[in-house]
Design a protein around this ligand. Sequence first.
Ligand code: ADP
Ligand code: MG
Length: 342
Amino acid sequence: MTIEILPARLANQIAAGEVVERPASVVKELVENSLDAGATAIKIDIEKGGAKRIRISDNGCGIAKEELTLALSRHATSKIKNLTDLEAICSLGFRGEALASISSVARLTLTSKTAEQENAWQACAQGRDMDVVVQPAAHTKGTTIDVVDLFFNTPARRKFLRTEKTEFSHIEEVIKRIALARFDVAFTLTHNHKTIRQYRVANSDSQKAKRVAQVCGQAFIEHAIKVDCQHDGLHLSGWIAQPSFSRNQNDLCYSYVNGRMMRDKLINHAIRQSYQEMLPSDGYPAFVLFLELNAREVDVNVHPAKHEVRFHQGRYVHDFIYSVCHRALIQTLAMDTDEATD
Ligand code: ADP
Ligand code: MG
């Protein structure tokens, strides 16, 4: 046997195995890129559950013509430069893997224009070594990434795609999660040319509550207790539902750490515990919670999909979340009891 370096496309396809599980993971990576680019309006167009087309357009900073090729190469990122940056991540992306991975398992075209450029340019990566072809195009300031025929060249993966409806529901969930994290950004989601979700920029408290109601339902916001507490470098804010609004599944559990959506055991455990006996044993709490802390206090480089984190002081974070939520719940219950006895 001889040792050989893998062709670029194959190496990227192997990496894609970690990042690109299904259409929804493509959507997540691309929308996060738009957010990192400072976009204030993002349009997500899906066809056939994402298997046929995923197209994301933003009005962010754009990518300069000279950097289009780099953007599509692996380990190429504008977001970190050294280990110090890696230890205090402020952007959603940093691995420089997404575009290279996605373009190795789909037909990807990247069209972009920066504010300084007069014209837009378009790039796509082809062939075994993913040679990039760049040509002039039409586009306003910002970026559009068009991903067509996902997994067309990896049949084993394509086989694992579920029905159009199921794949789209995963995409919708990603958009809901991101929409809750960024009230300052407008999102439009279409499926097969039909508008499915539209979120306008929400600045005021009432506009934010309206967006939460759009995502989580009117009943959630009507039963929600607002929390907002800061202590010693930790800040927890958002909404938790009264115990009476318990769910029989964990479909309304939205937590964020420094604006990044999470599926974190420690956070979920702390919240669950704060409800204690107030919930039925098979009930789930409903919440939308944002935890902010110094980026140095948390490691996001734990999992390729980045939905797990490691806190340097896990116990401390856990107890903080627990006590803020518990206090809020107890206060509401006390108020309800007062009202009942009045
Ligand atoms: P990462 O996000 O980890 O840096 P990606 O492969 O997702 O890696 O993107 C590579 C680079 O391409 C980014 O660092 C960024 O400079 C650029 N880029 C990607 N998408 C956009 C976008 N929508 N707007 C502007 N720049 C982008
Ligand atoms: Mg990225």
